[in-house]
Design a protein around this ligand. Structure first.
Ligand SMILES: [Zn+2]
Length: 105
């Protein structure tokens, strides 16, 4: 893999809603899938264009004001938003459950 340019700034990411900057692990990632859909990415490592939000509130806002759509450059159906927020809310903490054994070196 050689996509150095993207990863240069120490994994600092920006919330697409409020503009808050956090380290990669602090924000919740959503990814554009190969099918042109949006999915919650608890691992933060899924392939595809990603967008980050810092909180549930920001996710809700980003859905409402379509920032998520614009960030991922897709159009998102209302039912996809429902599914998305549901997935997000039912996940333990936006990522560090499940995947056990991942160490951020
Ligand atoms: Zn935010």
């Amino acid at each position: 893999m050689t996509n150095g340019a993207l990863e240069k700034r120490k994994g600092q990411r920006t919330c697409i809603c409020c503009g808050k900057q956090e380290g990669k692990g602090q924000l919740h990632r959503f990814v554009r899938t190969a099918e042109g859909q949006v999915a919650f990415d608890p691992t933060g490592r899924a392939a595809g264009r990603g967008a980050y939000v810092c909180s549930k509130e920001c996710l809700m806002k980003a859905c409402k004001n379509r920032r998520l759509e614009r960030a991922l450059r897709i159009s998102i159906a209302p039912e996809s938003y429902d599914q998305l927020t549901e997935e997000f809310f039912s996940s333990p903490s936006g990522g560090d459950g499940e995947d056990g054994g991942v160490i951020n070196a």
